[in-house]
Design a protein around this ligand. Structure first.
Ligand code: NAD
Length: 297
């Protein structure tokens, strides 16, 4: 079921939102923000990237019409009309109340981005990072305004998986934190306030150990993936078992996480690689992972 949206004009003073980076997540954040009634500026590094962004937004408009309750030609087109495009940072942030950063997950790129942004954005602007693996503390020194900086972390396919984890540093102004929690609700998300910095936020702090435990059971020969999924679904009422979740995520990211872990995690990575990745079983996207999926048109 698609979530119902609340529209802009709520309790915060945020009206103009700028999104930096228009890749997988940046395009979704920008489109959802515009769909919720905010004026959105998007910035990316080149005119070519901006052209790609326009293609992504057109695809998102079509997806919303299919998957979001009450989305119509009018509402998806109105969202598109609220987006402005920039390949220069200064004009993109000139009147921003909030900047949401979704540039690549590389500390040097984030650092450089925040140094430029801190110099160009007006004093009022709040900065939020969508980083999945870096802590806001890793970046705050580059922003020039640690009191107005925090993490606002979205999930992929955010029009369906509409959580927004909000996590500040010890220096984040509590009023700024509260504003961003409120804003997340205004843009159709369920805000998840996190009161102290935690790598992996809430979701991955739960999900990574859970998925690792499931892989240990299968790799250790204790039980089959489908039976492990069955016990989890039947005993807890959860809609999906861990191996169904692996297939949706795609097996490459869990493999990378395992390979960077301790010796036990690395052994699980070898198991995943030899039995699945090396056989082209990458999850739903490749048509097969722990389960097989019918080809989609
Ligand atoms: P992506 O590679 O799809 O997109 C990155 C975009 O940033 C590209 O459009 C690229 O042209 C642009 N870019 C590169 N350098 C830039 C710069 N200096 N300034 C502005 N834009 C620049 O990446 P993504 O998957 O959208 O991830 C972006 C951020 O979102 C990362 O921090 C990631 O951890 C986080 N995130 C990703 C997911 C996911 O499922 N993909 C989920 C949650 C959070």
């Amino acid at each position: 079921m698609s979530p119902g949206w609340r529209h802009a004009g709520g309790m915060t003073d945020i009206k103009n939102v700028t999104v930096l980076g228009t890749g997988v997540l940046g395009s979704q954040i920008a489109y959802q923000t515009a769909y919720s009634g905010f004026q959105v500026s998007v910035y990316d590094i080149s005119d070519e990237a901006i052209e790609q962004a326009k293609t992504r937004f057109a695809a998102l408009a079509a997806t919303y019409k299919r998957e979001v309750r009450r989305a119509s030609d009018e509402t998806v087109d109105a969202a598109l009309s609220r987006i402005s495009y920039f390949s220069e940072l200064g004009p993109a942030v000139a009147d921003a109340d909030l900047v949401i950063e979704a540039v690549p997950e590389v500390l040097e790129i984030k650092q450089e981005t925040y140094e430029k942004l801190g110099a160009l954005a007006p004093e009022k602007t709040i900065f939020a990072t969508n980083s999945s693996t870096l802590l806001p503390s890793d970046m705050k020194a580059f922003t020039g305004r640690p009191a107005k900086f925090l993490a606002l972390h979205f999930a992929n396919r955010l029009w369906v998986s509409n959580t927004a984890e909000v996590m500040g540093t010890a220096e984040t102004d509590p009023a700024v934190f509260d504003t961003v929690v409120e804003y997340a609700g205004e843009m159709g998300m369920v805000a998840i306030p996190i009161h102290k910095e935690k790598a992996g936020y809430v979701l991955n702090s739960l999900l990574v150990p859970f998925l690792t435990a499931a892989a240990s059971l299968a790799a250790g020969g204790y039980s089959e993936p489908k039976d492990i999924d069955n016990v989890w679904r039947i005993a807890t009422g959860a809609p999906l078992g861990p191996f169904q979740i692996y297939d949706i995520i795609g097996l490459t990211t869990p493999y990378n996480i395992m390979s960077n872990g301790d010796a036990g995690a690395q052994r699980l990575g070898v198991w995943l690689k030899e039995n699945y990745l090396d056989k082209g079983k990458l999850g739903v996207a490749s048509g097969e992972g722990f389960y097989s999926y019918p080809a989609t048109a």
